[in-house]
Design a protein. Structure first.
Length: 569
């Protein structure tokens, strides 16, 4: 081979080697990039607890923007002002009361024989006056305050919002929502905690607004209000956009699903919109939780204060008539399906279904509700205080006492009459054997009980410990049949020190002690809940996780008991 041939051959070999090296480096770089992307994807999924790209935000398209322009409402930075108070006076012997399309008002409808005033009603038979009911979806608190209405159907959670400017009293509880209100979310979301950083549609100052605020509070999450869908959400809180009403909130979320915009994670609304959204989402949405077994939304009759003071006899008759109507519907709902259905344009099947989502209250349940002694549901004071805390000081700056709205004189008269003698508190409890617990808790909440170092005896002199026990008590009380899993934790600040002292064996030994201490702390909380509040021991479970699940570098934050709340749906 000539010198020139050798030179050409060497050049070719060198070029081939260079090309191979270039291809190898490219392949390795691509592989490394893929591995890096996979790691980032896993990390993002761990933070949000949602599958990759399931909630990746997209631009607000024209169709969704058009829907939002009609469905969204302007947010109010403070409760809307009410007109000066006036006393309601009946005209032509007719008392005017406003209700909405809701099965919870079935007792009122049955007592009156429909919406229109008539002489066959319980109110005319007992008091010689007639009652006219008007259907309206938006509550007319302004008209009530001004004396244009005798009463409106409302919920306890709305009272602290309006505070002292609302001159009205609650003489009777109508009942509880038992599944009528709910949180509808995308299918990927497993618990309330997963809504952190996400956006929900809701109607401001409604029971739905209170419901999600209450759940967020129980999960240890804050609330952030967005001006619209174009505003960036707060990654550390649950974000809300306000709609015209609850049905509008459901419509906006459904439109977001249909347009594949993924700007909304869900909505908070009420039946039948809850099931409508789920049914029309083609499997993309689900009911995360309803008030089926979270008895925090209580319907009340709110009466104009001037009317109540000047006509206590008429208020007593209205209360007695409501209680009689509730008794009839509770005892034999089938007999009144047509009467109720005609008012709301429901067929018998729909009426039967809607009645299944309410709990109509009887006399002893009413007395216990206002007295604060009801053990299987939230009482008036519980809901009122929860609403004050849920809305916060920015919205409710100077809350008036709950007692300002309570007037039980009519209930006392009903008790003294003996008409409802023999009634007992009977709020059905749903158990896991009836429906079954989900694989995921409704929410998870870290609770800071103050234990002495290396001790599992809870010092009850600390106000914070008392407050936290009361919080767990309320969780179990408002959701009869629910269970709580207490997961004890200790801080991991000495892990490295233990390893230096005695190596892996010593570290393993101390790890077992940490597990035992954390379990004993959880069991101590369980013991106190059972002994102090007489909860069924089977409703509370306690386990220890030692230092295996730190929430951060702060040792104080890691010394905690985590409560996971499993509700029955």
């Amino acid at each position: 081979m000539t010198a020139r041939s050798k030179l050409i051959l060497a050049f070719c070999i060198l070029a081939l080697a260079s090309f191979s090296a270039w291809k190898w480096r490219g392949s390795m770089a691509q592989k490394a990039e893929e591995e890096s992307a996979q790691v980032e994807s896993d990390t993002m999924m761990a933070d949000s607890a949602l599958p990759e790209n399931s909630m990746a935000p997209k631009l607000l398209n024209s169709n969704l923007a058009a829907a939002a322009s009609t469905l969204l409402a302007q947010r109010d930075s403070e409760p809307p002002p009410l007109p000066p108070p006036g006393a309601y006076e009946p005209k032509d012997n007719i008392v005017e009361i406003e209700i909405s399309e809701y099965a919870g008002y079935a007792g009122l409808i049955v007592a009156n024989g429909g919406l229109e005033p008539g002489e066959n009603s319980e109110f005319f038979k007992k008091g010689g006056f007639k009652v006219k009911f008007t259907l309206k979806e938006e509550e007319s608190r302004s008209e009530l305050n001004a004396g244009k209405l005798a009463a409106v159907a409302s919920t306890v959670d709305a009272l602290p919002i309006y505070g002292g400017q609302l001159q009205a009293v609650a003489p009777v509880q109508i009942g509880y929502s038992r599944g009528a209100d709910g949180v509808v979310v995308r299918k990927e979301i497993k618990r309330i905690n997963n809504l952190k950083g996400q956006v929900l549609a809701v109607a401001q100052f409604s029971e739905s607004d209170f419901f999600i605020r209450f759940l967020a509070q129980e999960a240890g999450l804050g609330i952030h209000i967005l001006a619209g869908l174009k505003e960036s959400p707060d990654p550390s809180r649950i974000n809300l956009v306000y709609c015209v009403d609850g049905f509008s909130a459901g419509d906006l979320f459904l439109k977001d699903i249909q347009q594949d915009s993924k700007l909304l994670a869900g909505c908070v609304t009420w039946a039948p919109k809850t099931t409508e959204v789920v049914d029309q989402s083609k499997g993309e949405a689900k009911l995360l939780v309803t008030t089926l077994n979270l008895l925090m939304v209580a319907d009340i009759l709110l009466v104009n204060k001037g009317f109540a003071h000047q006509h206590p006899d008429k208020v007593a008759v209205i209360v007695a008539g409501l209680l009689e109507g509730n008794r009839k519907v509770r005892d034999n709902p089938e007999a009144f399906l047509d009467t109720i259905g005609r008012v709301f344009n429901w067929d018998r099947d729909k009426t039967r279904l809607e009645l299944s989502s309410v709990q109509l209250s009887n006399l002893p349940e009413n007395l216990a509700f206002f007295a604060g002694t009801l053990e299987s549901a939230a009482c008036f004071g519980d809901i009122y205080r929860s609403a004050v805390a849920a809305y916060g000081k920015d919205l409710i700056k100077n809350p008036v006492p709950a007692s300002e709205f309570i007037d039980t004189n009519a209930l006392v008269l009903a008790e003294q009459s003996g008409v409802f003698k023999g009634q007992e508190i009977a709020i059905p409890t749903l158990h896991s054997g009836d429906i079954g617990l989900s694989d995921n808790p409704l929410l998870s909440k870290d609770i800071r009980f103050l234990f002495a170092p290396n001790s599992f005896t809870l010092p009850l002199q600390h106000k914070n410990n008392q407050k936290n026990l009361e919080a767990l008590k309320q969780m179990l009380q408002i959701s009869p049949g629910s269970t709580i899993l207490l997961r004890g934790h200790v801080d991991n600040s000495k892990v490295e020190e233990f390893y230096k002292q005695g190596g892996q064996k010593y570290l393993d030994r101390m790890n077992l002690r940490a597990m035992e201490l954390s379990k004993n702390r959880a069991k101590e909380i369980k013991r106190l809940l059972v002994e102090r509040y007489e909860f069924d021991v089977a409703r509370i479970q306690a386990i220890g996780r030692g230092w295996d699940e730190p929430v951060g570098a702060n040792s104080v934050q890691n010394r905690r008991v985590e409560a996971q709340w499993f509700t029955v749906e």
